[in-house]
Design a protein around this ligand. Structure first.
Ligand code: PMT
Length: 401
């Protein structure tokens, strides 16, 4: 029973689909979860708090103050939760969540949370199709939240289109699957896993830098998956707009390859597994101009010097580590990856090729081969979340041999 003993905090906002949350609460409780509910005042127009309190066995909280003396502590509520589900999530609340507005108990609880957040939006079709809503959903996704897309069908306005909250069965299934796939595993529990992610920026002057297109999505997905499996994760990230949600992840932000190198070696000795998914700049300007370089000449020559090869240094200093590198290639892919596997003293290398549509930088998907000295495993195009699962499964299988 994946929900047994889990703490689910349900946030209900003011949309007609709020009435469906009765079914959700009943389902979660039946499956053994403890459910607490924070509902915005306007949701009371659409669902009875008395019914929800009876189904959940807990008082429904709506305001900061229950009477003039008792304060509903938003931090305690947020930290209590193993998962926060916001259903239905109106356009208004979605806008607040993605822009840091905390004007009620629900949004304040959300901002204080460290656990995974699932959002089930519900609104009329034109509101759902509005660029603001699209941007806000993308932003919420970039925060690491899971969006349960609205479904097509009849809407309260009498119109038909996409905007209905997903059916309670769909929402319940996704929540259940989350806990199913995130069971703490014996292999990963308490292992220290060092992960590099994102690009590095090598400054030319105070304004410009040499960088690359890495978003960090691949490395952050690996970090989240390892954390869910119970590992203690140190994520060393170059500049990225992503953030981490899982409390098992310690995020260290760096800018340049040199900084990434120094941060990696603060943690490498005490790690058991290291995964280098960062796209590290191979070269950096020899000197960084103190002032912005003026465009006086037709040609500008910048002398570059080699950056430290962080992964190679990890390979050279390897003791009992299980060491995984990435190879981003555009030609002679397998040959180049195998060469890096050997030269950098790796246990595995993950090959992604820019020739494969949907693979590599920026996409939410990737297509990889995992190469070890004795085997090459070929995987189809998958979400980076699923790629992370394949990688961790392979590491576990190889390291347990
Ligand atoms: O961040 P995303 O947008 O999700 O994109 C993901 C990704 C494409 C960046 C990722 O999947 C990936 O391929 N990362 C490695 C990119 C890369 O730099 O590959 P490489 O073949 O140049 O480097 C080989 C390995 O050496 C990598 O593990 C790299 O982290 C490491 N390296 C490289 C140079 C250097 N100076 N130090 C290093 O540690």
């Amino acid at each position: 029973m994946p929900l047994q003993g889990k703490h689910i905090l349900l946030i209900i906002t003011g949309g007609i689909a709020a009435y469906k949350t009765n079914m959700l609460v009943r389902d979660f409780v039946k499956k053994g979860a403890q459910v607490r509910i924070v509902a915005t005042p306007s949701s009371a127009q659409f669902v009875s708090f008395a019914t929800l309190a009876t189904l959940s066995g807990n008082e429904v909280l709506s305001e900061f103050w229950t009477n003039h003396q008792t304060w509903n502590n938003h931090v305690d509520l947020a930290l209590w939760a193993d998962l926060i589900l916001i259903a239905p999530c109106t356009a208004n609340t979605l806008g607040k969540l993605t822009h840091g507005l905390c004007d009620n108990l629900a949004t304040t609880v959300y901002m204080s949370a460290k656990c995974p957040v699932f959002i089930a939006p519900a609104m009329d079709l034109d509101m759902y199709a509005h660029p603001t809503t699209k941007q806000n959903l993308e932003k919420a996704q970039a925060f690491g939240h899971t969006i349960i897309p609205a479904e097509f069908g009849a809407l309260a306005s009498g119109l038909e289109g996409q905007g209905r909250m997903a059916e309670p069965e769909t929402i319940a299934r996704m929540v259940s699957e989350h806990f199913q796939t995130t069971q703490v595993s014996h292999f990963w529990k308490n292992k220290k896993v060092l992960i590099t992610a994102g690009p590095t920026y090598e400054a030319i002057d105070p304004v410009r830098f040499i960088g690359n297109h890495s978003s960090g999505k691949m490395g952050y997905a690996i970090a989240e998956e390892a954390a869910k499996r119970g590992a203690e994760v140190i994520l060393i990230s170059g500049p990225s707009s992503l953030s981490v949600r899982h409390s098992n992840i310690t995020l260290r932000r760096v800018v340049s390859a040199k900084e990434m190198h120094d941060e990696v070696f603060q943690h490498y000795a005490s790690a058991q597994i290291a995964i280098a998914s960062a796209a590290v700049a191979d070269y950096a300007p020899k000197t960084i101009a103190k002032e912005k370089i003026k465009k006086n000449e037709n040609n500008l020559v910048i002398e570059l010097v080699k950056n430290p090869d962080i992964l190679k240094a990890m390979g050279d200093q390897k003791k009992d580590h299980f060491l995984v590198g990435f190879a981003l290639e555009t030609q002679n892919e397998e040959e180049n990856a195998k060469d890096k596997l050997k030269r950098k003293n790796l246990d595995l290398i993950v090959l992604n090729s820019l020739k494969d549509p949907g693979a590599g930088f920026q996409n939410s998907t990737n297509k990889i081969k995992i190469i070890s000295p004795d085997q090459t495993l070929d995987f189809p195009l998958k979400s980076k979340t699923d790629v992370a699962k394949d990688l961790l499964d392979t590491i576990e299988a190889k390291a347990s041999k």
